[in-house]
Design a protein. Structure first.
Length: 268
């Protein structure tokens, strides 16, 4: 990963899109940021509590290039990680479309994909409810991820040369940078990018796909859960750096301990 100055107009490595390869326009626009639950009921110009139309000015149109559906899907995923989309809250496609400055169709298509992934539930004639998760589901996801990734990393630690591991250092550094500024969505992308890069060395595309999906689901916030603290992100990011050091040294005992601790920490 190239290191460039922000003054040159190049986004820093921790910014969303830089780690996962998604365009920076996938970042959640201000129109989508939900300050209060009732905002979702007023965003399409209707106060549903009173059954009245409101007369606030519509949000400024937002130009979204490439795949509109893909851009909105990434923005909605970011909103989930950031907690902008609240667990248990129902959001309509027209209301979210108004916030993006696009029609309801690409929003509805993106939400349908999130429903397949389990992030939201379809509520007939109303929209989509953000799924509510508890600590047990998060612990189960951590257990499954450990069952998949621990043996793979131990095998790779025995066979992958040190220079291959060293090439992943910028990805580990990017997680530290994102954590340092408290960028939860940016950290989530860089975290997944690091794990994908490690598992990709196994040469099994299905493994990478399955593990990445489990990882993404583990990043959704808990219902009524506390916001992730910057200190927690920094501790998690530091484990990436320590893991790389152990992999380079082929220290299997430390590798196993770090990976298990990494997933155990994700439960809290």
């Amino acid at each position: 990963m190239e290191q460039s100055s922000a003054r040159e107009g190049v986004r820093p490595p921790y910014e969303p899109g830089a780690c996962a390869g998604t365009p920076v326009t996938g970042r959640v626009p201000e129109q989508l940021r939900v300050g209060r639950p009732q905002d979702a009921d007023r965003a399409d110009g209707v106060d549903r509590a009173r059954g009245e139309h409101t007369h606030s000015e519509p949000p400024a149109p937002r130009v979204i290039r490439h795949s509109v559906r893909g851009q909105i899907l990434e923005a909605l995923r970011t909103a989930l990680v950031d907690g902008e989309l609240i667990p248990g809250q129902v959001y309509s496609a027209p209301a979210l479309g108004a916030r993006f400055g696009v029609s309801a169709t690409p929003v509805r298509e993106a939400m349908q994909q999130l429903a397949v992934e389990g992030a939201v539930e379809v509520v007939p004639n109303r929209g989509f409810r953000v799924s509510e998760r508890g600590p047990r589901e998060l612990a189960e996801l951590a257990e499954v991820r450990a069952l998949i990734e621990v043996p793979v990393m131990l095998r790779l630690a025995r066979t992958v040369p040190a220079d291959r591991w060293g090439a992943l250092r910028p990805l580990a550094d990017a997680t530290v940078t994102a954590a340092a500024v408290g960028d939860r969505a940016g950290y989530a992308e860089c975290d997944r990018a690091f794990h994908r890069a490690v598992l990709a060395l196994a040469g099994n595309e299905q493994l990478v796909t399955v593990a990445d999906e489990l990882h993404r689901r583990s990043q959704w916030p808990l219902v009524a859960g506390p916001a992730t603290r910057r200190a927690d992100l920094l501790a998690d990011a530091a484990e990436h750096t320590a893991l790389l050091d152990a992999l380079i040294a082929q220290d299997l005992v430390v590798v196993q301990a770090l990976v298990r601790e990494h997933f155990t920490g994700a439960e809290g």
